[in-house]
Design a protein around this ligand. Structure first.
Ligand code: ZN
Length: 388
């Protein structure tokens, strides 16, 4: 038996934001950050909701990689205000924050760390959730987990609950238009990592496969265009859709060691999520190919790579991933991220422990032990080809 969790309504294409005029209810709490608040998106969203007769309040204190404290503060505001809709508006951090605030709002006695897949939180008795991504990559709008940072412990908490899935996702291509190229690259390559890891994950299934492979095709075709030309509307819209497709795929499959290692590096050295997970993607393919050769070869062929053998196809896929990274100025090694050898070596054991304990590690097609994870970090620091 396999339970799939999929967002109920996805509104796509030009003018999608106007769908908000059809929302029925009383009060909305928009969860967002200061940058998004400064752009006119919040006002636009609020105006449509007001047109629908709803009252609107904005909580704009979400920081990148949101902390436990922010979630608690947001939940407190929600409890006082009593919204029947929560809206996560922004990048992955804003949507993850809205998702995590939800169970705390519905259950005032619980703590952030108590969000888990086994408890019934009865979320919809209090409110429903709308996710409106303004970047194209995190897939946080489509998944049923929230990534929250425990700053004191320097760790990322992966908090899942199948109830925590959006009722409505709005993918309006107008919103990601203002992303700077470096953000297009970081978020787009995060989506690519989601889709590739979902396709080879041990929990892959026919449904996640279909969405993952289509997302990979779209990303290889349109991400370079979206990066090079901010005015390329078609490329931006395609990337916006692909990010959510990859999100549904990995939400119903899983990600693997590129995410386990990326979360670990990101929490300790404060590097943006997309940049860290993408950095590990090519190394993770080199390492995992032994256990998933056919799957990676499928991906290679789906993006038009011609090869006589699966091995050759996978070699060419790794080269294609590295070429895409180079094209978008992404670092190819931990060293290139600007982390000194001394700092890296000082924190290496912590990096390894965190990655080894991540649930993503166990879903990888080849499950590494602690020794292998350590070697992978060292190889990724030096930019060496994985040969073990
Ligand atoms: Zn990711």
């Amino acid at each position: 038996m396999w339970e799939l969790t999929i967002p109920r309504t996805i509104v796509v294409g030009e003018g999608a934001l106007e769908y908000l005029k059809e929302v029925t209810g009383k009060r909305v709490l928009i969860v967002t950050d200061k940058v998004i608040h400064k752009l006119d998106f919040v006002e636009k969203v609020a105006n449509y909701l007001k047109e629908a007769g709803l009252e609107v309040k904005v909580f704009d204190e979400v920081e990148p990689e949101p902390s436990i404290e922010t979630i608690m503060k947001g939940a407190e505001i929600a409890r006082k205000y009593g919204p029947d809709w929560l809206i996560g508006l922004g990048g992955g951090s804003c949507m993850d924050a809205a998702k995590a605030i939800w169970p705390l709002y519905a259950n005032p006695d619980i703590e952030v760390a108590e969000i888990n897949p086994f408890t019934k939180f009865e979320l919809r008795k209090k409110a429903k959730l709308i996710c409106i991504p303004t970047t194209s990559g995190t897939g946080a709008d489509a998944t049923w987990a929230s990534i929250i940072t425990d700053a004191k412990e320097e760790r990322k908490m992966e908090l899942p609950s199948r109830e925590m899935v959006a009722d409505i996702i709005i993918l309006d291509p107008e919103l990601p238009k203002s992303m700077p190229p470096s953000l297009v690259a970081d978020t787009g390559l995060d989506a690519l990592t989601h889709a590739i890891e979902a396709y080879v994950s041990q929990w892959r299934n026919d449904f996640s496969d279909a969405l993952a492979i289509k997302a990979i095709q779209i990303i290889f075709k349109y991400l370079p265009r979206a990066y090079r030309n901010p005015e390329d509307k078609e490329a931006k819209e395609k990337m916006h859709n692909a990010a959510t497709m990859a999100g549904i795929a990995f939400g119903n499959s899983q990600v693997g060691i590129a995410h386990a290692m990326g979360h670990s590096l990101g929490a300790i050295f404060k590097v943006p999520h997309g940049r860290t997970v993408d950095l590990f993607l090519s190394y993770s393919i080199e390492y995992s190919a032994r256990e998933a050769m056919e799957r990676y070869a499928d991906i290679a062929r789906a993006i038009g790579i011609e090869a006589k053998t699966d091995e050759e196809a996978v070699e060419k896929l790794i080269e294609a991933v590295r070429r895409l990274d180079r094209e978008m100025g992404e670092p190819a090694s931990i060293k290139e991220l600007g982390i000194s050898r001394e700092d890296f070596e000082k924190r290496l054991d912590d990096l390894v422990t965190r990655a080894a304990n991540s649930s993503c590690t166990f879903m990888n097609p080849r499950v590494p032990d602690v020794e292998d994870i350590k070697k992978l970090f060292i190889y990724a620091y030096e930019g060496k080809k994985v040969d073990f």
